[in-house]
Design a binder for this molecule. Structure first.
Ligand SMILES: [Zn+2]
Length: 197
């Protein structure tokens, strides 16, 4: 389902029910939505972390983040206003944020504890790898699942001209189609000047 920018940025054009459950809104949130990230930049992070172990040079691990960052800064974005989330959606958001924090804190605590337990003067690149892994799991893998844009199943299409909602609940789809029809839009995005596949 394609929601054009004129509906998502005003704060009045979106349905009053949530995308996932079609349930009435407990909260309405403003947030940023982006173009979907391709999968391949994520490959470089673990691959370069392992490569850096073999060569025992930490900067190689940092280089794994470069393709990810390069793709990330080139994303299109839209600021959506008053997007509806039901009680279950809000709970999902909070629980996932807490899990992300728990992973991060447990990882930092484990890394500090291992460093404190190491008594000799040797280099321990595998300890740096552990730290990097914790950041990757918490920051790149789990935190994104807790964001409002992920729970809304929304990403930007058409060069920033619309938001695509993936697999909406029938209740949301019906409400959105009403809004779209009232504004002279079609739900497949065929009204938009650019392709939104
Ligand atoms: Zn919901």
């Amino acid at each position: 389902m394609i929601m054009p920018d004129s509906l998502v940025v005003t704060g009045t054009g979106l349905p009053d029910v949530c995308v996932r459950h079609g349930s009435p809104a407990l909260a309405k949130q403003d947030f940023k939505v982006f173009t979907r990230m391709p999968w391949w930049p994520f490959l470089f992070v673990p691959v370069m972390a392992v490569v850096s172990l073999f060569f025992a040079t930490h900067w190689l691990a940092a280089a794994g983040a470069v393709p990810y960052l390069a793709v990330r800064v080139r994303r299109d974005s839209l600021d959506v206003r008053a997007w509806a989330f039901c009680r279950a959606c809000v709970k999902t958001h909070v629980v996932r944020l807490l899990i992300t924090m728990a992973i991060f804190l447990a990882g930092v605590a484990a890394t500090v504890w291992i460093f404190a337990a190491v008594t000799d003067e040797e280099q321990h690149p595998e300890l740096w790898l552990l730290g990097v892994l914790v950041l990757v799991v918490a920051g790149f893998a789990f935190y994104p699942l807790s964001t409002w844009r992920f729970i809304a199943r929304a990403h930007v299409v058409g060069g920033g001209s619309a938001v695509k909602v993936r697999d909406p609940h029938p209740g949301y789809a019906a409400a959105a189609e009403q809004r779209l029809a009232a504004s002279g839009y079609r739900p497949d995005g065929s009204h938009l000047p650019v392709a939104v596949a």
